[in-house]
Every structure is written in structure tokens, then in C-alpha cells.
Design a protein around this ligand. Structure first.
Ligand code: SF4
Length: 457
């Protein structure tokens, strides 16, 4: 019966979330850690947590996710997990030989109050961290924030590597936020076309979209190297893409090494990509490359050609704040109407941004941070939409309400391609439009009476 029990009447709910639009902090921390070359994520908690985090990532990225766990038992749950983590660090460096272990906490280790910096110090004093190897840590209690918070916390902990030597490296740091590995590749390609040398961190390209070679590599070739992470302190500046995912790390780096930062929206859609390209162009002191100008023109061309099909179409959208903000701006810029907007991640700033973007556009927006898919479904029942944009969990609503459905965001559990086809940048904008148009026109073809069933659209 799927979600057919969802009621139209919206009641006051404070203490309960139904069909959350988020998942737990350590999943984000684990994804970020996989963007360091030679890094083994380590979950400081029970085996069950680690198994869930790994499977969530494996199901989305369709790649085996290696991660270790402190394997808490009843004893560790009561007396603390220090002994487990110390032994874990020892075992991991002896058996798997990673360059870095990136430890994140879980609800359990946070609740009992395990002190990661103190445990790491002890591991160091006891000689459990070999010369030239590293342990970093992030506090990621899941009862606050979301997977986005966990991602941000782990990226922030990477700043620990940064060093300021006083000799500038002439590069720009790009913190891409939680985007797909192919999106990271695309951002690097755009930077290259602009003539900007970059250090991207984290960088999961070549890690979670690596080719099948027949040879298993526990640590794939991709990922930001330790040398690059150290060098971030000598960069000319940092572009942090996304307030929720990337801004904290950029600000910490600025404070530590005096590397000035700019926080931009993630480059989804025309305007946000324009701002990103302009920021890179300004830093490099160059004009926009001909290749990027052509790509932009192609996106504008498709918007112009197909505008009649986008115009005034209502959209419901749920996802992570940085992605959704940019996507809502994109939809508004092509005259679509994102009337229901939800993120599961807390942050009143989100609601403010969405209201600013949709102000005076001729429609009222329902927007909620820390919202859930149950509320989104209720809104849709009260005001139906032409398109739903959401991760895989939206498919229940789409089926119940018979709405064209664009899978976008994390997690996508029932489709392929998101790791390989970017949706950032101008080319990514074309991809998004192609998908949206396909859905809208398929619906039109399905519903049109025979006399208006057209061959050419
Ligand atoms: S107990 Fe906490 S950290 Fe573990 S899976 Fe559940 S929400 Fe995540």
C-alpha cells in the first residue's frame, strides 16, 4: 500500500520525523574520508553502525566501501571504547597499511563521551601510529545534524594537514562539497579550461567511479594526497562550494593559514555555474575560455528552445541544502515553479535562501528545513505538482500520486549513472534539462488525446 495512508490534513508535529529526508552523520564523514588517497575510514562504535554506513554508500555508489570499526561490545559501551580504538589503529596499520585512518564517532561513542583527540594522543605516545602515517578524527553524533553535517565535520578535520610554508603554490583550493565523483571531475575540468591550477579536497573521483580492471585495489588511485592536503595552506585562495558542506573547512583554513576563502553555491544550473566560473576567472585574472563559453551557450540554447515545456510547471523538491538551493534557483531561472521544498538537514538559513530565490516569482513556496518526506507528500496532496525531484525514497510518493520523478541527490539506490554523468556546470545543466524534459514530455505523450499527440515537439 506504499504511502497511501498519508493524510492531507497537516497536524503539528514536533517530536517525530516520518520518512526522514536525511541520514546519519557518519555516512557523510565516511564519504568525505574516501576522498583522501590511501585513507581507511574508521567507525568508532558498534559493528552495526559501520555495516549500515558502508552499505548505504555501497548501494549508492555501486562500489565496495572499505571501512573499519571499533566493534563495541557491552563492555566498551559501558566503560568506553579507548582500548578498542587503540587496538584497531594498531591492527589497521599492520594489516591494511593505509596512509591515513579517518576516525568518526557514532551515537554510542559520543553518548559515553569518548575523547578522540585524547585517544589519538595516546596512540601516538604508545607508538601505534607509524612514522609518516596519520590518524584524523571527527565528532559525528547522529542525534544532531545529518549526513551533511558529518561530511562537513570530516572535511574540516582535513585542515589539520595544512601547512603554511610561506611559499605560495599558485593554486586554488576547491572544496566541492558532497557531489558525485563525476561532478568533482567536471569541476576540475572546468578549472583546467579556465587555466586555474587546483587542489580539490575531498576528491572521490577515481575512488568511487574507478574502472573495472580485474585487479582489486583496497586504495584506488584517486583521492587527494597527503602532500596536496599539506599544500592547501600555501594556496592563493579557497573556493568553498556550499555553505553547509564546505564553508566551515574553508573558514578554518583561512583562520589557520590565512588562505582567503569565498563561499559559493554549488554550481548546479546556469546562474550558480556562472558565479563559479566568474570566481575562478577573477582569481586567475583571465577571460572565460572559449570552450566554457560554448558550453554555456548550448545550455542557454536548450533553455530557449524548450522553454514552453518548462513554463509554470510546478515542482516539489527534497534533498540536501546546498544542492537544493542551487537547483531551486535553476528551476526558477527557467520559469518553473518549485512550490514545495524540503531538506532534512537543520538550518533556518535554508528557508531564508529559498524564500529569497522564489520571491516575486508569481507563486507561493512551502519550504522547511529539518522537514521530512511525509510533510512533502502532504503538501503535494494539497497542491499537486508536475514533477518531483528527490532521492530514491521519493519513488513511493511519485508512484502514489502518479508524478513524473527525477532521481537526484543522495541516496540513489535503484538506478545507475549518477556516478558517471555529472549534473554540475553547464554540461551538467544540459543533463538535468534533458532528464527533466524527458520526464515532462513522456507524461505529455502519455496523457495527450490523439488529436494533439504530436510527432515533433
Ligand atoms: S546508532 Fe547513530 S551512528 Fe549508528 S547507525 Fe544509528 S544513527 Fe548512525
Amino acid at each position: 500500500m506504499l504511502l497511501r495512508h498519508t493524510r492531507k490534513e497537516i497536524g503539528e508535529r514536533k517530536a517525530v520525523s516520518i520518512n526522514p529526508a536525511k541520514t546519519c552523520q557518519p555516512i557523510g564523514a565516511m564519504y568525505a574520508a574516501l576522498g583522501i588517497h590511501g585513507c581507511l575510514p574508521h567507525s568508532h562504535g558498534s559493528q552495526g553502525c559501520c555495516a549500515y554506513h558502508r552499505s548505504a554508500l555501497t548501494r549508492h555508489y555501486k562500489e565496495p566501501i572499505s571501512a573499519a570499526t571499533s566493534s563495541f561490545t557491552e563492555g566498551a559501551s559501558v566503560f568506553g571504547g579507548q582500548a578498542n580504538l587503540l587496538q584497531g589503529i594498531n591492527n589497521i596499520f599492520s594489516v591494511y597499511e593505509p596512509d591515513v585512518i579517518a576516525v568518526h564517532t557514532t551515537c554510542l561513542s559520543e553518548t559515553i563521551g569518548d575523547d578522540l583527540p585524547q585517544i589519538r594522543k595516546k596512540a601516538q605516545t604508545e607508538g601505534k601510529i607509524p612514522e609518516g602515517k596519520y590518524v584524523i578524527g571527527a565528532s559525528t553524533p547522529s542525534y544532531v545534524g545529518s549526513h551533511v553535517t558529518g561530511f562537513s565535520n570530516m572535511v574540516k578535520s582535513m585542515i589539520e594537514f595544512s601547512e603554511k610554508t610561506g611559499r605560495k603554490n599558485g593554486k586554488i583550493n576547491i572544496i566541492p562539497g558532497w557531489v558525485e565523483p563525476c561532478d568533482m571531475e567536471e569541476i576540475k575540468r572546468m578549472a583546467k579550461l579556465t587555466g586555474v591550477e587546483t587542489i580539490m579536497f575531498p576528491d572521490t573521483s577515481g575512488v568511487l567511479n574507478a574502472p573495472m580492471t580485474g585487479e582489486y585495489k583496497m586504495f584506488p588511485d584517486g583521492g587527494t594526497t597527503i602532500a596536496e592536503l599539506k599544500s592547501t595552506g600555501d594556496s592563493t585562495g579557497t573556493l568553498a562550494l556550499g555553505e553547509w558542506c564546505s564553508a566551515d573547512a574553508a573558514r578554518v583554513l583561512d583562520k589557520k593559514c590565512k588562505v582567503p576563502c569565498r563561499v559559493l553555491d554549488m554550481p548546479f544550473g546556469l546562474k550558480a555555474t556562472d558565479r563559479f566560473v566568474d570566481a575562478m576567472r577573477t582569481i586567475a585574472g583571465v577571460s572565460v575560455s572559449d570552450e566554457l563559453a560554448v558550453e554555456r551557450g548550448q545550455l542557454v540554447d536548450m533553455i530557449t528552445d524548450m522553454h514552453q515545456y518548462f513554463y509554470k510547471k510546478k515542482v516539489a523538491i527534497a534533498g540536501d541544502p546546498d544542492q537544493v538551493i542551487a537547483m531551486v534557483e535553476f528551476l526558477v531561472s527557467i520559469d518553473m515553479c518549485p512550490v514545495h521544498v524540503v531538506t532534512g538537514t537543520p538550518g533556518k538559513k535554508f528557508e531564508k535562501r529559498i524564500k529569497e530565490i522564489t520571491k516575486d516569482k508569481g507563486f507561493e513556496v512551502n519550504v522547511k528545513a529539518r522537514g521530512d518526506l511525509f510533510l512533502l507528500h502532504q503538501w503535494i496532496q494539497n497542491e499537486p505538482v508536475d514533477l518531483l525531484i528527490c532521492n530514491t525514497y521519493g519513488k513511493y510518493i511519485a508512484r502514489d500520486e502518479d508524478i513524473p520523478f527525477l532521481r537526484w541527490g543522495f541516496p540513489i539506490l535503484d538506478r545507475q549513472g549518477h556516478q558517471y554523468f555529472p549534473t554540475v556546470g553547464y554540461k551538467g545543466g544540459l543533463r538535468l534539462l534533458e532528464k527533466i524534459l524527458g520526464l515532462l514530455l513522456d507524461r505529455k505523450d502519455r496523457d495527450d488525446p490523439e488529436e494533439s499527440f504530436e510527432l515533433v515537439l
